[in-house]
Design a protein around this ligand. Structure first.
Ligand SMILES: Cc1cc2nc3c(=O)[nH]c(=O)nc-3n(C[C@H](O)[C@H](O)[C@H](O)COP(=O)(O)OP(=O)(O)OC[C@H]3O[C@@H](n4cnc5c(N)ncnc54)[C@H](O)[C@@H]3O)c2cc1C
Ligand code: FES
Length: 271
């Protein structure tokens, strides 16, 4: 059940160029959040910006985590892009922040055959919601494809490496990995995934990236879940400001914050 609660900022440091890692002590949310769910964060005490901002949780440690000193913490990896994230970047140690969460459905995490290939595709900050999923899938055949505009936008590599995943990178300016988009990278790697294997794709990133992925996956050999980034008003299903068009006649519009942010790729109308 989502709850509204305060957390305490433990640290908030720049990790690179416009990217920051915010660490919050918030046991009630850290204890129950699942891969792919998100929080709505009140980024400042004043009324500007008025609306909370949605963020995936990069790492979280429940109250039963074996390492006692980590329990109750959650980490938000964010990019400074506008007014709200600008304010976030000035949050300092000891400050109180208000959060609503966990929100959204998260990834399905249905039992997978042991031979399944799990292919995680993240563009920019889209990689954030895929990291807890990779942790949950640890021990399986994991392929992580990370894309960004430049090498500065390639996030999480060291953490994914610790999970023994196969990592591939692409940058649009060619400064790291393959020169092109993460979808170009995916296309160049598809021969790795054989027809007689079960291939599960989990993707998160800007809508044009996901649309390109949808156009690329023509055969049925991939089962694909996508986590959508939409502008959000409330974050908990009340304003209908975040809808996406679906192929379901009974529910032609679904809310990214409530029915999503994770959807089966086949269920979405992408054009
Ligand atoms: C479910 C979900 C999870 C998210 N997780 C993360 C995360 O882990 N890390 C992270 O850095 N960001 C994440 N985002 C995006 C983040 O919410 C926005 O970057 C943030 O709200 C921008 O606030 P702002 O006031 O700084 O920017 P604004 O001043 O509101 O906007 C600045 C620019 O960013 C664009 N923008 C703002 N919000 C979005 C959005 N939701 N989708 C696409 N473009 C947007 C605007 O169009 C504008 O060009 C997530 C979004 C969603 C919906
Ligand atoms: S943001 Fe209000 S319904 Fe989704």
């Amino acid at each position: 059940m989502p709850l509204q609660t305060d957390g305490i900022v433990v640290s908030n440091r720049r990790i690179r160029s416009l990217y920051f890692m915010l660490r919050i002590y918030c046991p009630p949310i850290a204890n129950q959040i699942k891969p792919g769910q998100f929080v709505m964060l009140k980024v400042s005490d004043d009324t500007s910006p008025l609306l909370r901002r949605p963020f995936s949780v990069y790492k979280s440690y429940s109250l039963s985590h074996p390492e006692k000193r980590k329990r109750g913490y959650l980490f938000i990896l964010y990019k400074k892009v506008g007014k709200g994230t600008q304010k976030m970047a000035s949050l300092s140690k000891g400050q109180k922040v208000n959060l609503i969460g966990p929100l959204g459905n998260g990834f399905a995490l249905s039992p997978l055959p042991s031979s399944a290939n799990c292919i995680l595709i993240g563009g920019g900050v889209g990689i954030v919601s895929l990291y807890p999923l990779a942790e949950a899938l640890k021990g399986r055949k994991l392929f992580v494809l990370i894309g960004g505009k430049t090498r500065n936008d390639i996030l999480g590599v060291e953490d994914f490496r610790k999970l023994n995943s196969n990592i591939f990178m692409a940058t649009e300016d060619g400064s790291l990995g393959v020169h092109g988009t993460v979808i170009d990278l995916f296309v160049s790697q598809t021969r790795k995934f054989k027809r007689n294997e079960e291939n599960y794709i989990y993707a998160c990133g800007p809508v044009p990236m996901l649309r390109a992925l949808a156009a690329t996956i023509k055969s049925k050999k991939f089962i694909c879940e996508v986590s959508l980034e939409a502008r959000m008003g409330c974050g908990f299903g009340a304003c209908w400001g975040c809808v996406v068009r679906t192929k379901h006649p009974k529910t032609p519009y679904e809310r990214v914050c409530q029915e999503g942010p994770v959807f089966r790729m086949d269920d979405i109308i992408w054009e």
